[in-house]
Design a protein around this ligand. Structure first.
Ligand code: HEC
Length: 175
């Protein structure tokens, strides 16, 4: 119970007592309520109800302010740091490390199906990457999803490795 609630309770009590007095006591004592007193009764009623509403509003306002303060004290969730993209001394497209990608190309067996002079690969099942010179996005898509005789590597390579091999293939064939 803070000060506001006490004030509210008092205003409330006064309003109740006043209403009961007017409703029960006055008519008994004075059955034909004179017009002059009627006006006074309305004036007092309006003041009391007004006071009550003001008290409720002030109280509600303060509670809202308190609630807002409580919300503010909750620490904001830390934004996740941007994923590491791997440094590149080569002119690799963004998002992949070409040097790491060469390792991936060899270890994942891309060379068994593809020809890529830079990697010493001479596979002939898939198209020669030296000839098709695929763009970074195309390599990411093919390696992730596969197509026809090209297997999907999404389960075998993680996102970073796919980005790396794409950077390598795109970089090694672009010139
Ligand atoms: C089992 C054989 C096989 C392996 C292993 C394989 N590929 Fe392929 N790849 C294919 C075939 C077949 C296609 C042609 C798919 C089509 O377009 O129908 C292809 C298509 C592609 C293409 C699209 C070429 C173009 O220009 O259309 C890229 C890029 C590619 N592969 C990259 C890779 C990389 C990188 C790896 C290693 C992670 C890899 N492939 C492993 C068989 C293979």
């Amino acid at each position: 119970m803070d000060t506001n609630e006490i004030i509210l309770a008092v205003v409330c009590a006064v309003l109740v007592v006043f209403s009961l007095t007017v409703a029960l006591v006055v008519p008994k004592r004075n059955p034909d309520f004179p017009v002059g007193k009627m006006v006074a009764f309305f004036a007092v009623s309006i003041v009391l109800v007004g006071g009550m509403l003001t008290a409720v509003e002030v109280l509600a306002g303060e509670e809202e302010a308190e609630a807002a303060e409580t919300t503010e004290t909750v620490p904001p969730t830390e934004p996740a740091p941007p994923p590491e993209t791997g440094g590149g001394e080569t002119v690799a497209p963004p998002g992949g490390d070409a040097a790491a990608g060469k390792e991936v190309f060899t270890s994942a067996g891309c060379g068994g199906c593809h020809t890529l002079a830079d990697a010493g690969a001479a596979g002939t099942i898939g198209p020669s990457l030296d000839e098709t010179r695929p763009a970074f996005e195309l390599v990411v898509d093919r390696v992730t999803n596969g197509l026809g005789g090209m297997p999907a590597f999404a389960g075998q390579l993680d996102e970073q490795q796919i980005q790396d091999v794409a950077a390598y293939v795109a970089g090694a064939t672009s010139g």
